[in-house]
Design a protein around this ligand. Structure first.
Ligand SMILES: [Zn+2]
Ligand SMILES: [Zn+2]
Length: 223
């Protein structure tokens, strides 16, 4: 095997357990070390690193908007400098193959947190303009790794920024998403990066208006 990140050969594990149950690795140890997985302590709601139960972003959200449409976000990696380079290669230079570097951890995280919950997988869509530039949707690329049915019920039309409105108005009146059919009851939204959580919550609030009862998210990175 060749490492998907540095393109050097990977030394396969020659133990008996690997022989009996081969784990085909997609990245080498050296590259794996540079990917930084999120570890405790973190916000129990969105996984932002903090010693408190809930981070300032989540508290601020509740203060400004009351009821939070998002139940919980689970992220896998921190947005360190190495990951920033990878995301630039993946999203902006179209290196789709990089998805393989994250495959194992995406699957394991899904299993650990969401297996047996009967969730409908909904990737955050890209607007048409960006899709035609990138030729793929990074959220969908991550969703495909889960090998579960994908529900394409959201579309996106990014509007003009309306800076005169209050933050609350901006978030809800400028919702870039549209929904094409009633929502299933339990949703798992998929996206690449969770930054402020606004995008995920805009999608979540629309899904809830159209029938969702529980909305959670799985994102590759918590920045
Ligand atoms: Zn490597
Ligand atoms: Zn939080």
């Amino acid at each position: 095997m060749i490492c998907y990140l540095c393109l050097k050969p990977i030394k396969e594990d020659t133990t008996w357990s690997n022989f009996l149950n081969p784990q085909h690795r997609t990245i080498c140890d050296h590259c794996d070390d540079k990917l930084e997985q999120i570890t405790q302590p973190f916000c129990q709601k969105c996984m932002k690193p903090t010693a408190d139960q809930k981070c300032s972003d989540c508290i601020r959200w509740e203060q400004h908007f009351g009821q939070d449409p998002l139940e919980r976000n689970v992220s896998i990696y921190t947005y360190n400098e190495y990951m920033k380079d990878l995301i630039a290669r993946f999203k902006y230079r179209g290196d789709y193959e990089l998805i393989n570097a994250w495959k194992k951890n995406v699957r394991e995280t899904f299993k650990e947190h969401f297996k047996n919950q009967d969730l409908s997988i909904v990737p955050i869509p890209l607007g048409d303009d960006r899709y035609s530039i990138r030729q793929f949707n990074q959220a969908e690329a991550i969703a495909i790794l889960l090998t579960e049915p994908i529900h394409h019920i959201l579309t996106r039309q990014d509007g003009q920024k309306q800076s005169k409105k209050s933050r609350r108005e901006r978030v809800f009146s400028n919702n870039p998403f549209q929904i094409t059919q009633p929502s299933p009851k339990s949703i798992l939204l998929i996206d690449d990066i969770y930054t402020t959580g606004t995008t995920i919550r805009q999608a979540a609030s629309l899904l809830k208006e159209r029938g969702a009862e529980h909305v959670q998210s799985l994102t590759l990175i918590r920045s």
